[in-house]
Design a protein around this ligand. Structure first.
Ligand SMILES: [Zn+2]
Length: 167
């Protein structure tokens, strides 16, 4: 069963993903309304049947401070889909500074990629070009929408219209 629910702000902008349990609670407490039902079916108690939400919308507008996604080891790996950005493996992952720190490389979204220990040590104190390594993707600063879209493949397709994804 698909177990994630997309939360929309009052203005229908996507702001988060939560569990079905939390979504139920928000709807039950009348903090949110159900926008789309999940195809996953319904939750049944002895006396009642509750449709499972796929998208809910907050009743009141919530100010989401716009300072983006926090730069962290976890979030860099998440952005890179937990794959080494040089060879594509998913094992023994570390973070690599494209321009090494020892050479003044900064710790930011554009200079950090997920790399396996093997590629990382092969690269050593060099840039990818110097080491003859090619990046699978150019590292970007991810937005909240970017992370929400990553859920799309595995969750409900009816989220697409709220995330600006053409269907
Ligand atoms: Zn690698």
């Amino acid at each position: 069963m698909k177990d994630k629910v997309l939360i929309l702000n009052q203005d229908f902008s996507a702001i988060a993903v939560c569990s079905i349990y939390k979504a139920f609670l928000l709807v039950y407490l009348e903090k949110a309304e159900m926008i789309t039902r999940s195809e996953a079916g319904a939750l049944r108690t002895i006396t009642r049947t509750y449709p499972v939400p796929s998208v809910i919308r907050l009743q009141r507008y919530v100010h989401v401070p716009y300072h983006g996604i926090a730069l962290s080891r976890h979030n860099v790996m998440r952005r890179d889909n937990y794959t080494c950005q040089y060879c594509g493996t998913i094992k023994n992952l570390t973070l690599d500074h494209l321009l090494p720190r020892s050479r003044g490389g900064e710790t930011n979204w554009q200079n950090l990629v997920t790399a396996c220990t093997r590629c990382n040590s092969r690269k050593g104190d060099r840039t990818p070009e110097e080491a003859g390594l090619k990046l699978l993707r150019k590292p970007i600063r991810p937005s909240l929408q970017y992370f929400l879209k990553m859920h799309l493949d595995t969750t409900n397709q009816d989220w697409g219209m709220y995330l600006g994804v053409k269907e």
